[in-house]
Design a protein around this ligand. Structure first.
Ligand code: HEC
Length: 270
């Protein structure tokens, strides 16, 4: 084998092998249940607005968003003058729909403040036996599919302190805060393959007591929450896409300019 081929084999094969090993290691320690697919559309402002509302009502009591400011979030999810809201409207909407907390002195929180919760890490440790994570980056660290499957994955388990467990996050410390909307789920197993000596097959969840919402309505709530958390983890992705289009247009234009220049330079040389 010539040296250059050997070099290429090294350059191509070694990273592939590393990826394969990482996949196997990651796969064995990760979730055994396949994650549910979800496609979040960050251009769907109505979905982001609903997601923000659900987040502030159901999650923010425990989970802060330490890197976000109320007014930036409001702007990004479409509460802006371009969408027909005056500055006063926006301030009012933020105060009515997003801000439910007061600052340390008990005064109403200003719209430019970071989205911190009043929940102290100590109180959380006492209540849940674990810390309550800030969810600013969870959209990136776990990804939308994981968040979606996690919020749908709670089931009743009397052996756990909160009375629930989670199919993608075993032994979870978080209570099932959406249980009234979703209803009660129990864990079941599909029939196992006796020939392979399995007692039971893939785990699946069954709704045994309906909640306030129908399953499709509940899925939409969870999807909106997932979209909101995906946006929060990288606010710049909303504007990045627009920049991307301009950059591509510029490159196309520049290609023709460069082509014309090239012709011009070479026209007298034969
Ligand atoms: C009563 C407090 C409480 C509320 C309300 C709450 N959570 Fe949690 N959440 C927790 C705790 C505690 C954990 C840590 C669980 C653990 O480590 O076992 C957690 C963990 C999580 C995680 C996993 C983070 C990670 O990467 O490990 C996500 C995602 C999450 N919560 C989303 C939500 C969403 C979305 C809502 C609102 C629908 C919500 N939580 C409401 C207490 C809460």
């Amino acid at each position: 084998m010539s040296n250059s081929i050997r070099k290429w084999v090294f350059v191509l094969i070694v990273p592939l092998l590393v990826l394969l090993i990482l996949n196997i290691v990651g796969g064995s320690s990760g979730h055994k249940v396949p994650l549910q697919q979800v496609s979040v559309d960050l251009d769907d402002k109505a979905s982001l607005q609903r997601g923000a509302k659900y987040y502030m009502n159901y999650c923010f009591g425990c989970h802060s968003l330490n890197f976000s400011r109320y007014n930036r979030v409001a702007k990004d999810i479409g509460l802006t003058s371009e969408n027909g809201f005056s500055d006063d409207d926006v301030t009012k909407l933020i105060k009515e729909n997003l801000i439910f907390t007061t600052d340390e002195e008990g005064k109403p929180v200003k719209t430019g403040t970071l989205m911190k919760t009043a929940y102290s890490p100590k109180a959380a440790a006492e209540a849940f036996g674990t810390s309550v994570p800030d969810l600013s980056l969870v959209g990136r660290s776990r990804g939308p599919e994981w968040i979606y499957s996690y919020l749908k994955g709670f089931y009743l388990d009397p052996s756990r302190p909160m009375g629930v467990n989670n199919i993608v996050f075993p032994e979870v410390g978080m209570p099932d805060v959406l249980i009234n909307l979703r209803g009660h789920q129990v864990l079941e197993h599909e029939a196992g393959n006796a020939e392979e000596g399995e007692h039971h097959g893939a785990p699946k969840l069954k709704l045994v007591k309906p909640g306030k919402l129908s399953p499709p309505e509940f899925d939409r709530v969870v999807k909106d929450l997932t979209a909101f958390l995906t946006y929060v983890s990288e606010p710049a992705q909303l504007s990045r896409k627009t920049y991307g289009i301009f950059v591509l247009l510029f490159l196309i234009l520049f290609f023709f300019v460069a082509l014309a220049l090239e012709k011009e330079y070479w026209k007298d040389i034969h």
